[in-house]
Design a protein around this ligand. Structure first.
Ligand code: GDP
Ligand code: IMO
Ligand code: MG
Length: 430
């Protein structure tokens, strides 16, 4: 079977963790393909509530091999802490494999993330502060350190010293900051290398071999299509390719090897950090979604901005990524509203437009054109089949399906694994 991709179609936090936890039992490999510890994927199942940052979140299913592919940026310190925390809670995943090609996030990247944000002032992006931008910048400028470098410890420590000295020049000369202690970082890096080197291998070659043997592979996206460095609302994006093309580039697999593409969409919109958000609800309505949806960032704890479902932005995400089906999550958050709204077009400078403008400054001027639908004013949290949903909730899902031009395979009505309706097999390509 070709590889399945599960990705977010909004600005992140669409419930990818929940969807992957639901489906991962059917795959042999669960591979994260982009982003780093900026991600926070929540899984709620019989083992408890878990927030995953770098470890792929299908690890509750025995036998599933978790991997981090080339497109990921790996924070060694954070990864070791995350694995230790899982171990402490009795979760012992199969051995984690890390791509030799994955770039490393070092403490100076996190520091630079903070300095750059401060320097941006009113143009700040609201990053997670995890060093993501500076780490991908080093990758692109060919000054990065890769996980594969850890396989030769002496050379690795030398490289760390060189990179850290360069970072110190930047920190002190440009930002007037305190330099980091290079020798301390060299010592810590040597310790990380001892622990991480046994996980490092040619993940991409393994995956191509597994594909040729017909193994089921699930590629886990991070962030969302609207945060993609190319397709997203630049500059209010992350620094990686969060879409399906990013999965192929990261895994080193031909595009034709991708089969099912499941795009997770919330039944409304959220966004953490800065950037245009046409359907954002301010005041009590936004607070309501924040409260009922428990919309606080999994990584930073920041309150998420909330708003009505934006069919223009969502459809764009699907056009770019080519979904074979949709997972619509958090339907239950809308349960008690008198009506629900879907943005079907924008009005920009007095003109009606039905596409997502590429410029963030133009998108910031977009006024939503809404279509109103009746609410269902009853709980859907115990629904397990399509017939269990109130007719108005069914109508809402059908309308999303029509506007998206893709079938809904999964509807989520609560955070737990079993609070899910499976309307068709998401891993089957029609
Ligand atoms: P991810 O980054 O896409 O994996 O999403 P996050 O885990 O950051 O955010 C999604 C949040 O919504 C988490 O707290 C989930 O437990 C929760 N969640 C997922 N699906 C549902 C749902 O259908 N209903 C409700 N009420 N919460 C959900
Ligand atoms: P998951 O995988 C939501 C946002 C940040 C900021 C912008 C850039 O849980 O969906 P960065 O730290 O990447 O340089 O920040 O991107 N952002 C996310 N928002 N969910 C995420 O991940 C995010 N990862 C980054 O808030 O606006
Ligand atoms: Mg998240």
């Amino acid at each position: 079977m070709p590889a399945a991709v599960i990705l977010g179609g909004h600005w992140g936090d669409e419930g990818k963790g929940k969807v992957i936890d639901l489906l991962a039992g059917r795959c042999a490999y669960n591979v994260r393909y982009s982003g780093g510890s900026n991600a926070g994927h929540t899984v709620v199942n019989e083992r408890g509530t878990f927030a995953f940052h770098q470890v792929p979140c299908g690890v509750f299913h025995p036998g599933v091999i978790p991997m981090l592919a080339a497109g990921v940026v790996l924070d060694p310190e954070a990864l070791l802490a995350e694995l230790a925390e899982l171990e402490r809670r009795g979760v012992r995943p199969e051995r984690l494999y890390v791509s030799e090609r994955a770039h490393l996030v070092m403490p100076y990247h996190r520091l630079l993330d903070g300095y750059l944000e401060a320097q941006r002032q009113d143009l700040r992006l609201g990053t997670t502060g995890m060093g993501i931008g500076p780490a991908y910048a080093d990758k692109a400028s060919r000054d990065g350190l890769r996980a594969g470098d850890m396989l030769d410890p002496d050379r690795f420590v030398q490289l760390v010293r060189r990179r850290a000295e360069l970072a110190n020049e930047y920190i002190t000369a440009v930002f007037g900051g305190e330099p980091i202690d290079v020798e301390d970082l060299a010592r810590q890096s040597a310790e990380w290398a001892v622990l991480i080197a046994p996980m490092v291998c040619d993940v991409e070659r393994e995956i191509r071999a597994a594909l040729s043997q017909g193994q089921v592979i699930m590629l886990e996206g991070a962030q969302g299509a609207l945060l993609d460095i190319d397709a997203g609302s630049y500059p209010f994006v992350t620094s990686s390719s969060s879409g399906v093309a990013g999965a192929c580039a990261s895994l080193g697999i031909p595009v034709r090897e991708v089969g099912p593409i499941v795009v997770a969409l919330h039944a409304y919109m959220t966004r953490v950090g800065e950037g245009p958000f046409p359907t954002e609800l301010e005041g009590e309505a936004g607070q309501y979604l924040l409260r009922v949806g428990n919309e606080f960032g999994t990584t930073t704890g920041r309150p998420r901005r909330c708003g009505w479902f934006d069919a223009v932005a969502s459809r764009y995400a699907l056009d770019v990524n080519g979904a074979t089906s949709l997972a619509v999550t958090k339907l239950d958050v809308l349960d008690h509203l008198g009506h629900v709204r879907i943005c079907v077009a924008y009005e920009i400078d007095g003109k009606r437009v039905s596409h997502l403008p590429s410029r963030a400054d133009v998108l910031a001027r977009a006024r939503p054109v809404y279509e109103d639908l009746p609410g269902w004013k009853q709980s859907t949290q115990n629904a397990r089949t399509w017939e269990d949903l109130p007719p108005a909730a069914q109508r809402y899902i059908r309308r999303i399906e029509e506007l998206m031009g893709a079938p809904v395979s999964i509807v989520a009505v609560g955070p737990a694994r079993d609070q899910t309706l499976v309307l068709r097999d998401p891993l089957e390509v029609a």
